[in-house]
Design a protein around this ligand. Structure first.
Ligand SMILES: Cc1cc2nc3c(=O)[nH]c(=O)nc-3n(C[C@H](O)[C@H](O)[C@H](O)COP(=O)(O)OP(=O)(O)OC[C@H]3O[C@@H](n4cnc5c(N)ncnc54)[C@H](O)[C@@H]3O)c2cc1C
Length: 369
């Protein structure tokens, strides 16, 4: 699925579990009281830019020989790497366990590398991470981050085998994140409201979500007058919300506390990797894998976030054509841009103004309940 600028969700068939207007159960519920977000340009505390490591054919999870070494690849998770991290790490660890090698070099220290390293430690591997950038300077730190493995592949470019692997990774990750709920890791359940005038383009009806639709619980569709938003419809469901900075710091601490080593180092060619001591290499270099291991299918999808000063009373997510709003403890995150092939890491001021203006119009139109 191609997305040029603001979040847009492909249309598709209605998901069976959604309550539709007119049904008895539909009329039985009203949206609870929701505090509107105070959106103003002068409340923006920072704007960040990250490049999602995206492949139309989906992420790469496979093993190959590199001379006498084995390389297990785990990269290319697009807009869903925070969500998929644990699942892909568990599947990659199964590939690693098929070898006799128990000393591993994990390349990369974003969410994929850190989760990979933790899973390998738990399976008895001796692990060293090698990375050019470490938190808070990774793409993973620039994520939203809602538990929602979306914008990960193009529906027309993936095989059935990939779809099965994607679903398994999502299910494994969904289960693992639920063991991390709470302040220590900065992971919590949160209500989402997908607010739009046309049901045909609803978030949950995105065909890419069909195999994992059951991982979005507590769905309810509110019709006109049944919710406070200035749109005809609002579909509520639950996801987890991850606080990337707190979460990645904690993951890194967990890894180091278990005896993991972290070496800051950049690799310029596969030959540098072959020269490492460790017989097993796990490639979690995200976008870096394009140059390091020669994958022309990997492309950046640029995403820009503007963060408003925190508003603790706001305890719900909104999604829709204007983009998304995630209420994190470090600020109210406004995002939802997807620019294929763009590589600039400089914030685009016109996008900041547009994102703020669109959300300001939306939240100032909210009915006070
Ligand atoms: C704006 C935005 C919003 C997002 N929102 C969400 C969301 O809500 N939910 C979600 O699930 N995902 C989200 N994502 C996607 C998610 O951030 C990525 O899928 C994920 O961060 C990829 O993780 P990674 O570890 O592969 O990459 P990175 O975090 O980029 O880590 C790569 C690591 O490899 C290292 N490396 C690369 N090349 C080399 C080299 N040559 N030598 C040595 N080290 C190297 C880097 O230094 C780094 O340590 C979002 C992304 C963006 C940009």
């Amino acid at each position: 699925m191609r997305r040029a600028s603001f979040l847009s969700i492909a249309s598709g068939t209605a998901a069976a579990a959604v309550l539709r207007p007119g049904s008895a159960a539909f009329a039985a519920e009203r949206a609870r009281r929701l505090v509107p977000v105070n959106v103003a340009l002068e409340n923006v505390t920072r704007t960040t830019v990250g490049l999602r490591p995206y492949r139309d054919a989906g992420f790469v999870l496979r093993a190959e020989a590199l001379g006498a070494k084995t390389v297990v690849h785990n990269y290319g998770h697009g807009g869903g790497g925070m969500s998929l991290s644990w699942g892909c790490a568990i599947i990659a660890s199964e590939l690693a366990l098929q070898t006799e090698k128990r000393r591993a070099a994990v390349l990369g220290s974003g969410v994929i590398g850190l989760s990979m390293a933790r899973v390998l430690q738990d399976r008895g591997f001796d692990v060293t991470i090698y990375a050019r950038d470490v938190p808070p300077d990774t793409t993973s730190n620039k994520s939203g981050a809602q538990w929602s493995p979306t914008s990960v592949f193009s529906s027309t470019d993936v095989t059935d085998a990939f779809r099965a692997q994607y679903s398994r990774a999502a299910e494994l990750a969904y289960a693992r994140y639920q063991t991390l709920l709470g302040d220590a890791y900065g992971v919590r359940w949160i209500e989402n409201y997908d607010c739009r005038d046309e049901l045909a383009r609803a978030f949950l009806d995105n065909p890419a979500l069909t195999p994992i639709r059951h991982l979005y619980p507590a769905v309810h569709q509110f019709g006109p007058g049944e919710h406070p938003f200035p749109t005809r419809y609002a579909t509520r469901f639950l996801t987890m919300l991850i606080e990337p900075n707190r979460y990645l710091r904690r993951l890194q601490d967990d890894y180091l506390e278990r005896g993991g080593r972290l070496v800051v180092r950049e690799f310029h060619a596969a030959a540098d990797v072959s020269a490492l001591d460790e017989p097993l290499i796990v490639n979690c270099t995200g976008l870096g894998a394009a140059a390091l291991f020669g994958d022309p299918a990997l492309e950046p999808v640029r995403g820009q976030l503007s963060v408003l000063a925190p508003q603790p009373a706001v305890d719900y997510i909104t999604l829709g054509p204007r983009g998304y709003m995630f209420p994190r403890s470090d600020g109210i995150v406004l995002g939802g841009t997807f620019e294929h092939g763009a590589t600039s890491l400089l914030p685009d001021e016109a996008t900041v103004s547009r994102m703020v203006a669109n959300h300001r119009t939306f939240f100032s139109g909210m009915r006070k309940t």
